[in-house]
Write a new protein. Sequence first.
Length: 422
Amino acid sequence: MKLAVVGGGSTYTPELVDGIARLSGDVAVEELALVDPDESRLAVVGPFSDRLMRAHGHPGRLTWTTGLDEGLDGAGAVLLQLRVGGQAARQRDETWPLEYGCVGQETTGAGGLAKALRTVPVVLDIAERARQQALDSAWIIDFTNPVGIVTRALLDAGHRAIGLCNVAIGFQRNFASLLGVDPAQVTLDHVGLNHLTWERAAVVDGTDVLPELIAKHGDEVAGHTGLPESVLQETGAVPSYYLHYFWAHDATVERLRHQPTRAEEVARLERELLAAYADPALTHKPEMLSQRGGAFYSEAAVALLASLTTGAGDVQVVNLRNRGTLSFLDDDAVIEVPAVIGTAGAQPVPVAPLNPTMRGLVAHVSAYEELAVDAALRGGRGRVASTLLAHPLIGQYDLAGRLADRLIAENAAYLPWASSDS
């Protein structure tokens, strides 16, 4: 199979390449094509990625190109990991909302909507090109944030797409480490929307060990959530890190106002990583790559690719259509739950009903995501303001309007409709 990685110039890419090379027995990649408009990045990431492949003895061919059609040609799968506007746009997403007393973040709130508006049209254009150039059977795997919104846009447009996030596999690996068992023995009851999920159970050999984990390791587990241990004890569940933007919003805003942004940190890391990758003697992942984020991303991506290709029928956590899984959401909503993966795609595993606290927040954010897709496709100040009004972290008419005006001004270069009054 030929795998095309769009956004292949990312400093993330060697993590993916290393996983494909290490786990070559799981998925047969004959060609790995890195596609990126930034030729200077490809000139560094491409050769280093090739050295990684060779160091692992992988027989596949690694290529890199700035030509999208060339990279997609004949691909059996397309993995999207792009960032429209780069870290500079992320820096804006993380800062200007703070001026309005709102969280600044790249996947939720006003910053998350800004990223969605920039990203969805670009991703849909890439997907249309893939429809023409890749194999008819090709799957699009979206790792591009905000994953839930982007995946919904892809599915609405009729593409063979599945969204992927590393939150679930991160918790699985962490829980397994604390329990002293193999990660494959841990099955999670992971439920919600992308970046708005909870682990309600962790099953090992038929027994839910999550209560024991919380009782014995609550402080350590809570450290991965950004919330106090009492939240785990009172809810009996482990929220994803992104819940702290909702459940500790004001304290998080105050903290973000007085510390460097994640965009600044990542920009520094990227400079150091690219310098390291440029060393022709380097044939392994540098330790600093672990600070870049995306832990276990490569393992999750390889596992999904393998099951889509071989029809393994195993259960993995992905982003897919709701189709009755959560009865309070429309069928077309995109949720993040365990699903059986085969060559025909993903089928969600039945999940227990959500409690009212979870259900209310999921319903609220899902409605926002539906509006976000529409705003990304059709544009207009009114749609942007309405989408922000629907977000639970905003929800005030005047504030939503002011945020909409600022969002459009900050992103005018990426929004063709920004100069109109539509």
